[in-house]
Design a protein around this ligand. Structure first.
Ligand code: AMP
Length: 276
């Protein structure tokens, strides 16, 4: 049975009791409108913990002033069915007022690493992300949001949180499109066009396989491939160090290939890590 809890105090009391009993807690933070990507995180959490907690909260701090906060898809009834099916113990579903009673909430600023890639077009996004995560547990995040995963890992280390951050692989549709709650915004034509993201990543990986080592050329080729798609508006295409997100000059070791583009009103991201 999945229980739904709406307050921080109740969640804390419940989890404190579990911790006292020696139970390990697996935490999966989400913005809801759950899909297979989210379910894969729940399964990983289920496998390695005694108690699985999923948060469903469309975090206003993660949206910029021109972003899709009001329109972000929501379906709590269906989300709870998914949680029930994945044997989630607790769903934490707070209101914005419960999370941020103070109109000027205390936030944590993540610094340089938050300003790269997605941070360029979403300036306060990562400050919003880190402000939600705290408490002793294992926390599960998708590699889909590679920069978020990196920021959270850094945060846990920097502030010495008793949180073990676990990264999980990207779950894709059968045709390769990375699953995202935002995919529902896509018209059929945009849905077809969105495949260009994965195609650009795969072609870059193939070029690297063939011996390409110039990071700039790899990034430019991905950008050109995405821009060649009439319904895509490129945000960025980057070939960066997976730890620092610094642009790579000459490839050695591993690289994070990361892309973002808009298709109609949906801003979609995807990435691939290559290791030589
Ligand atoms: P969101 O609800 O979009 O904020 O995502 C919540 C968590 O699910 C984040 O850790 C995401 O990285 C993860 N996630 C979202 N989509 C996918 C996907 N296609 N594959 C794996 N994890 C995902």
């Amino acid at each position: 049975m999945t229980v739904v809890v709406e307050t921080i105090a109740e969640t804390r009391a419940l989890l404190d009791k579990e911790r006292e009993a020696g139970h390990r807690i697996g935490f999966v933070p989400t913005m809801g409108y759950l899909h297979e990507g989210h379910a894969s995180l729940m399964r990983a959490a289920r496998m390695h913990n005694d108690v699985v907690v999923v948060s469903i909260f469309v975090n206003p701090l993660q949206f910029g002033p021109t972003e899709d906060l009001a329109a972000y898809p929501r379906d709590l009834v269906r989300d709870l069915e998914v949680c029930e099916r994945e044997r989630v113990d607790v769903v934490f579903h707070p209101s914005a007022n419960e999370m941020y009673p103070d109109p000027n909430p205390f936030t944590v600023t993540v610094g340089e690493i938050g300003a790269k890639l997605c941070g360029r077009s979403r300036p306060s996004h990562f400050d919003g992300v880190v402000t939600v995560v705290s408490g002793p547990c294992r926390a599960y995040f998708g590699q889909k949001d590679a920069q978020q995963l990196l920021v959270i890992r850094r945060l846990a280390r920097a502030l010495d949180f008793p949180v073990e951050v676990v990264g999980c692989p990207i779950v894709r549709e059968p045709d390769g499109l990375a699953m995202s709650s935002r995919n529902v915004y896509l018209t059929p034509d945009e849905r077809r066009s969105a495949l260009v993201l994965k195609a650009a990543l795969d072609e870059a990986a193939a070029a690297i396989e063939q011996g390409e080592r110039d990071g700039r050329r790899i990034a430019d080729a991905m950008a050109a491939r995405i821009s060649s798609e009439p319904l895509a508006r490129l945000d960025y295409a980057a070939c960066v160090d997976p730890e620092t997100l610094e642009e790579i000059g000459t490839l050695r070791g591993s690289a994070l290939l990361a892309v973002a583009a808009r298709f109609g009103s949906a801003r979609l991201i995807d990435n691939l890590t290559v290791t030589l």
